[in-house]
Design a protein around this ligand. Structure first.
Ligand SMILES: [Cu+2]
Length: 216
């Protein structure tokens, strides 16, 4: 089952994700699950084999051999896991950094959270509530803040989110690779209407975006 899942995940990777940085997150997941499956098999297969091979038989090996360990094995199974853990740490840190660092050519939009809505402020002064219209194939950097309590802006398609904290400016980035209507919602419980604190992400072509931005 796990093997099938890894194979499916590997096949799915060829297709571009609906939105970045979902692919970074998926890559971390694939690396961890692939390693976990390999380690699981290395441990589980010999366990089952030895359980059968050395099962109790009357009159056979009734008193076990007096083993005193094996220095070579001890070194081997200390060094290999150490290398794996260091690899995972560096790989995850590199992917995490890419996931958290907005590309230099990002379009900057400000998002203001309040009970219970999102307000978006565009570079030309245009402002919307509950609707984020953005161009496709363009990295978007959202600078978040809040007017009242802590909220959190979540973009499921991009597998990214960030808290909106009063008195502080935080940020997150994402990029949609196809046009369409997507959903985002508040992911930090913020009171009575928290469950309705959604925003529509309207992904349009660059021309449509320019047109939309100019209209009042
Ligand atoms: Cu909220």
């Amino acid at each position: 089952m796990q093997m099938l899942y890894v194979a499916a995940a590997a096949a799915a990777e060829v297709i571009a994700p609906i939105a970045y940085p979902a692919d970074r997150w998926d890559r971390i997941f694939d690396i961890w699950i692939a390693l976990a499956v390999v380690i699981y098999l290395i441990v589980a297969v010999p366990i089952i084999y030895f359980m059968v091979k050395y099962r109790y038989k009357e009159g056979e090996n009734e008193i076990g051999a007096d083993e005193h360990g094996n220095m070579g094995l001890e070194i081997l199974w200390t060094i290999i896991p150490t290398i794996i853990v260091i690899y995972l740490a560096f790989q995850s840190a590199a992917i995490y950094t890419a996931q958290r660092t907005a590309p230099a050519d990002s379009l900057l939009i400000r998002a203001d959270a309040m009970m219970w809505a999102w307000q978006f402020d565009y570079p030309n002064g245009k402002s919307t509530i509950g609707n984020l219209t953005i161009p496709v194939d363009q990295p978007i950097k959202l600078e978040l803040t809040s007017r009242d309590v802590i909220h959190s802006f979540y973009v499921p398609a991009a597998k990214t989110m960030e808290d909106a904290v009063p008195g502080r400016v935080t940020n997150l980035w994402f990029q949609f690779n196809e046009t369409g209507e997507f959903i985002s919602f508040c992911r930090e419980y913020c009171g009575t209407a928290h469950a309705y604190m959604n925003a529509t992400i309207n992904v349009v072509t660059q021309e449509e975006y320019d047109e939309w931005l100019k209209s009042s």
